[in-house]
Design a protein around this ligand. Structure first.
Ligand code: THU
Length: 130
């Protein structure tokens, strides 16, 4: 936890992403932003669909931007809705984040900063495939 994270910058990038959300069905726009280990910030918003189940969470867009812009490991993550809340990633998105997380991915939680390992312990990952 030695790294100094600019959480207010990350939160404002998440808000900016949220403003681009396409959420006509739930009317629950979401934005997510993360710091990459090379200093980049990547972000994403939710993109819903008339076929509700194929909705893309904000984290999907974030991971897509991460890969498209050069990859790297995620070191800090925040997610927001319209209120000034710190949303927790859904279960599927925890798995998505896990794949690209640094050894310790910090998660912005209303009760204080957590790590991905704390909120998603005993995860299945690539080491299980060998
Ligand atoms: N949503 C996200 O974008 N990320 C999450 O981690 C949780 C849920 C979105 C999906 C849907 O468009 C809306 O929130 C309501 O569930």
């Amino acid at each position: 936890m030695a790294v100094d994270i600019n959480w207010s910058l990350l939160r404002s990038e998440a808000k900016k992403a949220m403003e681009r959300a396409y959420a006509p069905y739930s009317k629950f726009p979401v934005g997510a932003a993360a710091l990459v280990d090379d200093g980049r910030i990547v972000s994403g918003c939710n993109v819903e669909n008339a076929s509700y189940g194929i909705t893309l969470c904000a984290e999907c867009g974030l991971i897509s931007e991460l890969i498209k812009s050069g990859g790297g490991r995620l070191v800090a993550f925040t997610c927001t809705g319209e209120q000034d809340d710190r949303l927790m990633p859904c279960g599927r998105c925890r798995q998505l984040l896990q794949e690209h997380a640094a050894a310790e991915l910090l998660i912005d939680h209303a009760a204080g900063i957590k790590t991905l390992n704390e909120i998603f312990p005993y995860a299945f990952d690539r080491t299980d495939l060998v």
